[in-house]
Design a binder for this molecule. Structure first.
Ligand SMILES: Cc1cc2nc3c(=O)[nH]c(=O)nc-3n(C[C@H](O)[C@H](O)[C@H](O)COP(=O)(O)OP(=O)(O)OC[C@H]3O[C@@H](n4cnc5c(N)ncnc54)[C@H](O)[C@@H]3O)c2cc1C
Length: 486
């Protein structure tokens, strides 16, 4: 996938933000540009550590299989580095317990394996590879706006060096580039900076299901829960607003995240955290002896962190692809372009998919013989392609959010509601059928497209299961789960 591009001397790209999307963009750009400068406001640690600019790193991050596969392609040996850093390699269908709407899904051996790790480790390993790339330079600074030429195309950034001590002062300086990439995360200032230049800012679609996280880290011992390396308990509209995920990650640590949707926010004090976990017992249904309640794990494990809370979780898509006037010389990627309700664990994987799209688009421009110093029209073409790249993840994440009546920001159309109903039937079938459970997981991990749900064999299996349910009068997801049916 990553053939070497046409690296032209004297071309330069700037990336705003040295987090996961920015690092992957920089690595890709280095195939086409003489030099890539990453401007990051944080002092970047030498270890896998949290930092101020990415507060979400204190929370559990699921790293989907598709994302892990792409990183292995970009950085051969990446998975071996995860293993060397102590990230457990698990069989998702065997070592991970999935508590769905009808209790524990089947556990069985398969070849569907992934590494469990912290976000800090993923970022650290990527950064280490990018730091070793001689064409990429890191500078510490705060970008404050864009530079533009007389045609109002972007020609660089204004930025301020961040001094090492508070006593030092720094003036705003300028850095020119042929291409500027905004990878500055959810709170990207590009809409504001474009407005200041006289451009119309992109329309935003914001879907807010009012979800919050509470997360705590613990010491992990195998005896806590022999043979199990993680579990997920699902919420279910309209009344089961609570969910939880826990994973064993590198450094013999156990990370537990409690989530509450529709404003049922999990507390961040010890007693409240435990009570919230206890309230999930009714959703952890399984034959006795094959599972432990989450609150039992919390009571038995030794905490090694405070309880962290997080509420800024809405999905937000900025429609740069729809702007009729968009400057050359600028592209927007990662969470700055599209961020998701985090419960579906998609952000890092989507950042990896976006890096692949960037590579494909640049390859096309170079092979067409377009002078990469000018890159005329590239920005608009790229933003349109990028919009397609995020479509599936967006549909999956927001589709789930729309189950909740209190979700703000839009409604599903009729086709989407039918799709939702059908997807629910796959989930229900998967509670008893290992093949359907694995298929659901493969789509969830973005290794198969949702169209895999419409293979005739799948449709037939699901239809049979649905009919059996109907004749057995088994409860179906309540119609209230589909608010817009009313
Ligand atoms: C609570 C929570 C849980 C999540 N869970 C998951 C999960 O389970 N799985 C998953 O894949 N994803 C998850 N995500 C999403 C994931 O964290 C992000 O998608 C991922 O970090 C990629 O984001 P990014 O690189 O685009 O932006 P960010 O990680 O937000 O980084 C932006 C960077 O830009 C820098 N910056 C900002 N402004 C400036 C400026 N003006 N000048 C210089 N530097 C600047 C910041 O310091 C930061 O380093 C979660 C997100 C949240 C909020």
């Amino acid at each position: 996938m990553y053939a070497d591009g046409d690296i032209k001397n004297q071309t330069q790209a700037i990336v705003i933000g040295g987090s996961i999307a920015g690092l992957l963009a920089a690595q890709t750009l280095s195939r086409y540009f003489h030099q890539v400068i990453i401007i990051e406001r944080d002092r970047l640690p030498n270890q896998a550590e949290s930092r101020h600019g990415v507060p979400q790193s204190q929370h559990l991050h699921a790293f989907l299989k598709r994302g892990q596969n792409i990183l292995e392609e970009i950085f051969p040996g990446f998975k071996a580095e995860l293993t060397a850093a102590g990230a457990p390699l698990v069989d998702v269908t065997k070592d991970f317990q999935w508590f769905g709407w009808r209790g524990l899904h089947p556990q069985f051996s398969s070849d569907f394996s992934i590494h469990l790790c912290s976000r800090n480790l993923v970022e650290h390993l990527i950064r280490r590879r990018v730091e070793a790339n001689p064409q990429v330079k890191f500078v510490r600074g705060m970008v404050t706006g864009f530079l533009a030429d007389s045609q109002e195309n972007i020609t660089g950034v204004k930025w301020r060096v961040i001094p090492d001590t508070e006593k030092q002062t720094s003036n705003e300086t300028e850095q020119t580039a042929n291409l500027v990439v905004d990878a500055s995360g959810r709170n990207s200032q590009t809409p504001k900076w474009l407005t200041a230049m006289g451009y119309v800012p992109p329309k935003e679609t914001k879907i807010n299901p009012f979800l919050a996280y509470a997360t705590r880290w613990y010491e992990y011992k195998e005896s806590l829960y022999p043979g199990v390396k993680g579990a997920m308990t699902l919420s279910q509209a309209p009344d089961k607003k609570r969910s939880a995920v826990w994973l064993v990650v590198e450094g013999n640590r156990l990370v537990i995240t409690l989530a509450g949707i529709a404003k049922d926010y999990p507390p961040t004090d010890e007693a409240g955290f435990l009570e919230f976990a206890k309230s999930l017992r009714s959703q952890q249904v399984a034959p006795a002896g094959v599972y432990r309640y989450l609150d039992e794990l919390i009571t038995d494990a030794k905490p090694i962190s405070p309880i962290y809370g997080y509420r800024n979780t809405e999905s937000c898509r900025r429609h740069y692809e729809k702007l009729t006037k968009f400057p050359d010389g600028l592209i927007v990627m990662g969470d700055a372009f599209c961020c998701f309700n985090p419960v579906y664990g998609q952000g890092m994987t989507v950042a990896a998919l976006e890096a692949v799209t960037l590579d494909q688009c640049l390859q096309k421009y170079v092979s067409k013989g377009v002078n990469s110093q000018l890159l005329r029209g590239f920005s608009r073409t790229f933003q349109r392609k990028l919009s397609k790249t995020v479509d599936v993840a967006w549909m999956m994440a927001t589709g789930e959010d729309f189950r909740w009546q209190s979700t703000e920001g839009g409604k599903q159309n009729f086709i989407e509601r039918i799709m939702q109903y059908y997807t629910d039937q796959i989930l229900l079938t998967g509670a008893e059928n290992p093949e359907m459970h694995q298929l659901f997981i493969e789509v969830f991990h973005l290794v198969k497209p949702p169209t895999a749900f419409f293979h005739p064999h799948v449709v037939l299996t699901v239809a049979k299961h649905w009919l059996r349910d109907v004749f057995a009068h088994k409860s179906q997801p309540s119609p209230e789960s589909y608010p817009s049916f009313e």
